[in-house]
Design a protein around this ligand. Structure first.
Ligand code: NCD
Length: 292
């Protein structure tokens, strides 16, 4: 039958650890052809580079047959609904769907009516389970554990499904999770701290993009002013703890939330996160299609 992965909140810590352990084994070179020949369809109704294409690489690595859906050339252009589009793919008798949509919890509309398991590739400002798994794997590789570490998520927290997912799951794993950024984009319940304190005290500094496409009112700060106030710069990263690392879910807007020269600097794990994206998504597919 297969299993959905819609929100990490639905999984106990042991289940999440199992996925991370499998992702690490894939990272260490383990191969898996158990699901070769199964058909997966990636239904992305929002733009994506990393999530969509690392899912595709993961699917190819596992020997799956991959169908990629392009909303621009689909019957959505003939006023077909999101629901009917998803039900159409479900009716084809395929083995797995990966879905991204701009609406929070888009899956509530159809999940009880599908026979095909669904992996959530991101819902609105809600959840992004596979990105959080990527982030936790990357932190685990760096420090060997999660509990007791501190992370500051900096920037447009309110519109970030990455921040929302990480906040919940990392706290559950015993991390201290803080946020920082423009007052209008920091949420009271998410431990806001001043930017300088975040930089000085945390083991992980995660920068976020200003997600303008999700804003209802225009963000008043210019890119330059944002960079001066909340951006990671060669100067202010000298405040970071000796072994602290920089992360970012990407896409990165260089010289806005992070200086160009820091993106590939020794403290940065940004491209490491992308590399881990393939292994995490292989592990999540194995979770969805596997027994038990
Ligand atoms: C993020 C997303 O789409 O939620 N990117 C990603 O999947 N790695 C973050 C963003 O769009 O800024």
């Amino acid at each position: 039958m297969g299993k959905n992965l819609l929100r990490l909140k639905d999984l106990p810590l042991a289940g999440i650890e199992g996925i991370l352990d499998q992702a690490q084994r894939f990272c260490d070179g383990e191969k898996c052809q158990e699901f070769a020949g199964k058909i997966v369809c990636n239904l992305f109704f929002e733009p994506s580079t990393r999530t969509l294409y690392s899912f595709q690489v993961a699917q190819q690595n596992l020997g799956l047959k991959v169908i990629s859906f392009n909303p621009e050339s689909s019957s959505l252009q003939k006023a077909e609904s999101f629901y009917d589009t998803v039900k159409t793919f479900d009716s084809f008798g395929i083995d797995l769907l990966v879905i991204r949509h701009r609406r929070n919890e888009y899956y509530n509309e159809f999940i009880s009516k599908l026979g095909t398991p669904v992996l959530n590739g991101g819902d609105g400002t809600g959840q992004h389970p596979t990105q959080s798994l990527v982030d936790m794997l990357t932190i685990r590789q760096e420090f060997g554990h999660l509990d007791g570490l501190s992370i500051a998520i900096i920037g447009d927290v309110a519109h970030s499904r990455v921040a929302h997912t990480n906040f919940e799951v990392m706290e559950r794993f015993g991390m201290r999770v803080y946020t920082s950024g423009p007052p209008e984009y920091v949420e009271k319940g998410m431990n806001p701290i001043p930017f300088k304190q975040a930089l000085t005290e945390c083991d992980v500094i995660m920068a976020l993009r200003i997600q303008r496409e999700r804003h209802e009112t225009n963000f008043s700060m210019s890119a330059e002013e944002y960079h001066r106030t909340y951006g990671l710069t060669a100067q202010n990263v000298t405040l970071m703890k000796k072994n602290a690392i920089i992360m970012h879910p990407a896409p990165v807007n260089r010289n806005v939330e992070i200086a160009d020269e820091l993106v590939e600097s020794p403290r940065s794990r940004i491209f490491k996160q992308m590399q881990n994206g393939v292994f995490v998504r292989m592990a999540v597919i194995k979770y969805a299609l596997g027994e038990d």
